[in-house]
Design a protein around this ligand. Sequence first.
Ligand SMILES: [Zn+2]
Length: 182
Amino acid sequence: MFGAILGTGCGAGIVVHGRVLDGPNAIAGEWGHNPLPWPRDDERPGAPCFCGQSGCIETWVSGTGLARDHADVTGRFLVAPDIVASATAGDPAARATLDRYLDRLARAVAHVINILDPDVIVLGGGMSNVDLLYSALPQRWGAWVFSDRVDTRLVRNVHGDSSGVRGAAWVGAEHGNPAGDR
Ligand SMILES: [Zn+2]
């Protein structure tokens, strides 16, 4: 299972056979600070990221990234939920922003499917409340996954859009640190 948190920032985790995958560097599942896969010419080098790189996945597929992209293209700043609401109401600029977002998120997730081939991808964070993701992403990721068919399921979190925080706290407690800080 690959869990992707699409909120103010963007994070992820991997669960294999019921256990969170860890590693010697404690960064298994680090997803947001890799570059956006298959970047288009106008996506390079991408916005500066706080991590020191530019064009990280986080700068595109977080709610913050969605808002920045919309502002860059339209000159109008709206927070992510307002962009989604405007798109749903039929605003052409907001629909175009959401379309670019879906295209980028499909690429970012397809890259993961190619490496992990997970049974399930679970979305969390504020963007996981966008119903459109669950129908649109599986329609789009096939173009990028190196397989004739993709049986990976995309599902919404069970514990609400703060499930990532909840999970981090849980793992932190397992490691003897209730703050979740590893
Ligand atoms: Zn980064």
